[in-house]
Design a binder for this molecule. Structure first.
Ligand SMILES: *Cc1c(COP(=O)(O)O)cnc(C)c1O
Length: 231
């Protein structure tokens, strides 16, 4: 079952890449394993998947002892300030930096641990109250980039967003296009930053995201079934 789903997703990623005249190798597949036990990650890793996404520090901390070597796990959920040190210690990358204050705290935690943490800035491109992220036109986002250029312990690798829930896929497309344009704009403004990652696209909209330049699609349900009710 899992391998069939994976192979279907792989086909679709391939077709979408081709449609956009991109190479398959330009798009990484992140398996979003939140809500599933460590055994599910082991099973997926056994088929060759190497990149996973988890949204809670505590949940991942309890699973990680049972995980195989050689996988990369990113935090893709909101990070609370009291969990920054823990998150910096256990995740390979933090993809949800959504405030200047969090960026500062991560830098301190990384410096103390003599680490360099790769991060993405999360951008909020919808009006949904429940969503987190920097407002795209905010002074805070500009400051975060200016600050990040010389910040110890942090490597800003790009941007991440979650498209709004909307039955019309073109709503997601507009949002992905906007994230891509923002990335290009901040690359022009800060030539020393290497903003290559565009983490966008989930189970319902990853093909559109690939057409719009996504370099990393985050797929949970389409790969593992619905959370809490494994099939
Ligand atoms: C849960 C989650 C995903 C995966 O969502 P699916 O619709 O199950 O593919 C991707 N990104 C983030 C930030 C998530 O929280």
């Amino acid at each position: 079952m899992f391998e069939e789903r994976l192979s279907l997703i792989e086909d679709r990623i391939m077709v979408a890449s081709r449609r956009a005249q991109r190479e398959r190798s330009e798009v990484r597949l992140m398996a979003v394993s939140k809500g599933h036990p460590a055994s599910v990650i082991r099973e997926a890793a056994a088929t060759g998947l190497r990149l996973f996404g988890e949204n809670r520090v505590q949940e991942f901390d309890t699973k990680r002892a049972e995980l195989p070597e050689g996988i990369e796990v990113h935090l893709i959920g909101h990070l609370q300030s009291n969990k920054v040190a823990k998150a910096a210690a256990i995740f390979s990358e933090i993809d949800t930096v959504d405030s200047l204050r969090l960026l500062e705290r991560l830098s301190v935690a990384a410096s103390h641990a003599h680490q360099r943490i790769p991060v993405l800035f999360e951008i909020k491109l919808s009006n949904e109250a429940a969503k987190t992220g920097f407002a795209p036109a905010s002074v805070e986002l500009q400051q975060a980039f200016e600050y990040a250029v010389d910040l110890e312990g942090i490597e800003v690798r790009g941007l991440m967003t979650v498209a709004p829930f909307d039955a019309n896929p073109e709503t997601a497309r507009a949002c992905f296009r906007r994230l891509h344009a923002l990335r290009d704009e901040f690359t022009r403004l800060h030539a020393r930053l290497n903003l290559q990652e565009l983490s966008m696209g989930m189970s319902g909209d990853y093909e559109i995201a690939i057409e719009e330049g996504s370099t990393l699609v985050r797929i949970g349900t389409a790969l593992f079934g619905s959370r809490g009710a494994r099939t």
